[in-house]
Design a binder for this molecule. Structure first.
Ligand code: AMP
Ligand code: MG
Length: 486
């Protein structure tokens, strides 16, 4: 008997009813092989190493066999893309397999790149190896940074051909999350109260039980309570993005998780040289999803979500919940910045110093991650930090003001350094590092993937022999923007 047969599997989403999805099998990859398995996540799912090495496990994660006791399906959703209503979208190349009950609750497994569905529109249902490696690594990097995200269990490659700008090969990533319900899942049912309420009750029952129940609360209350939590979680998520220099690239409402998870890693980037208007995605020529706009885009997306409930709540009720966004965002943003700056409390006046910080980084196009990381070494050895700013007068002035502010700390100098190093990652999934891993994997060499994955597991700790992975790209390695072809 296969080790998968005994897993505690549930399928709450499938139980919602067939309005919400199409039940169908994936189209498995030919001659599949694992390029990587996330052992830590496998263990949390109760999958031991014998199981991970079994042929059944590969068959499952390459789309060639169903999850025993699971129900395989592609979910329907709609959404706003780049500010415009796009109508129905849905899982065009993803299959939900069911959920494995882990210690923290059921975790759904979803294959991405697993073939055509009724929602594939013009697409081929496939994902290329290049984009699959990027999604796999980003999920891992974000998780290790402590940023809410969908996770990734496995990366499977094959020789199956996929046609993009050139011919590439197909891969499948297995994503893992408590739920893949998106803002767009609700938008799909706006104006159709029966299914909208059904989805609302489902999400609250399984993921926001503290928001009440249809027995004790009115639907208007349930909407407001749930929306309040989604506002908070989404605000916290984007505050983390801002303070780690992450640009998502495609912040459409169909790419916004109802659980406040970072989801759908496409043409994203962790910034190297800081520029407030940085845009990672070549197709976003208007800069709608530029770094500095990300917090307001999340607010806009939340307003689209809220507007689905206009038949249940009044506009005033919904506006009152949305109004918490700014406070929620600032609370997380200030907390993060305080940790990153090495301060043991936050002062009103810190806002000004922090704004000057961003200006300084922007003016010098300084390296985002190293600017924070090397700041911990001041005042003892300020040279490496100052070098990032060409030893400019502006940098020296800012540093002086910063060090003066830092003297108001009650904690020791050593505690300050330790705090900063716990919150300013040394190893970041820079685009050129992902690119090196991709090029090696395309040649059949997965060693760089394994190495980067393992180093990104502990982004805040200096690791012997990983010095090269902490460096910004050289001039020839710099990747300015990414195509969203995937
Ligand atoms: P994205 O912008 O990647 O989140 O995708 C937007 C929509 O396009 C979603 O409904 C996807 O499922 C769908 N999609 C993207 N790429 C493909 C593909 N190669 N085949 C089928 N559907 C796709
Ligand atoms: Mg998407």
């Amino acid at each position: 008997m296969s080790c998968l047969e005994n897993l505690p599997v549930s399928h709450s989403f499938a139980d919602l009813g067939t309005h919400f999805y199409t039940a169908l099998d994936p189209q498995g990859l030919n001659n599949p092989r694992f390029l990587h398995v996330n052992q830590g996540l496998a263990e949390r799912l109760g999958l031991d190493s014998t199981c991970v090495q079994s042929p059944e496990f590969l068959a499952l994660l390459s789309g060639n066999a169903p999850l025993p006791k699971g129900k395989t399906l592609a979910a329907v959703y709609s959404g706003h893309q780049f500010g415009h209503w796009a109508g129905q979208l849905g899982d065009g190349r993803a299959h939900l397999l069911g959920a494995i009950d882990a210690a923290t609750g059921p975790l759904e497994l979803q294959l991405k790149g697993s073939g055509l569905t009724p929602y594939s529109r013009m697409g081929d249902g496939r994902a290329v190896l290049r984009s699959s490696i990027r999604e796999y690594l980003a999920s891992h990097a974000m998780k290790a940074l402590g940023i809410p995200t969908t996770e990734a269990l496995s990366l499977v490659a094959s020789d199956d051909k996929v046609y993009r700008e050139s011919i590439e090969t197909a891969a499948i990533v297995c994503r893992v999350a408590p739920s893949f319900v998106r803002f767009g899942s609700f938008e799909h049912w706006a104006g159709r109260p029966e299914q909208l309420k059904q989805l609302l009750h489902y999400v609250i029952k399984h993921f926001y039980p503290e928001c009440g129940s249809p027995i004790l609360n009115s639907d208007a209350e349930l909407v407001q309570h749930m929306l309040r939590q989604v506002v908070r979680r989404s605000a916290q998520m984007v505050a983390h993005w801002q303070t780690v220099g992450f640009c998502h690239g495609v912040m459409n409402t169909d790419n916004m998780s109802i659980l406040g998870l970072s989801i759908d890693y496409g043409p994203y980037a962790f910034m190297d040289n800081f520029a407030i208007q940085f845009v990672p995605n070549t197709t976003d020529s208007g800069g709608r999803y530029a770094w500095f706009r990300q917090p307001s885009v999340v607010h806009w997306n939340l307003a689209r979500l809220a507007s689905c409930f206009l038949d249940i709540c009044t506009e005033d009720q919904l506006q009152a919940v949305l109004a918490h966004y700014e406070t929620d965002y600032l609370a997380q943003y200030h907390w993060n910045m305080r940790q990153k700056m090495g301060w043991d409390h936050w002062l009103e006046a810190d806002v000004q110093l922090v704004n000057q910080w961003w200006q300084l980084l922007h003016d010098h196009q300084a390296d985002f991650s190293l600017s924070f990381r090397l700041l911990a070494q001041t005042p003892t050895s300020p040279d490496a930090w100052l070098a990032l700013f060409e030893h400019s007068q502006a940098a020296q002035d800012w540093l002086q003001a910063y060090l003066q502010r830092t003297q108001q700390n009650q904690h020791t100098a050593a505690a300050r350094v330790a705090q900063m190093n716990r919150h300013n990652p040394l190893y970041v999934l820079r685009n050129h590092l992902a690119q090196q891993v991709i090029e090696a994997a395309q040649q059949g060499d997965t060693q760089p993937l394994t190495r980067l994955f393992s180093v990104l597991e502990r982004p805040y700790e200096e690791q012997l022999g990983a010095e090269d992975l902490a460096l910004p790209p050289g001039p020839e390695q710099r990747i300015v923007a990414l195509s969203c072809s995937s």
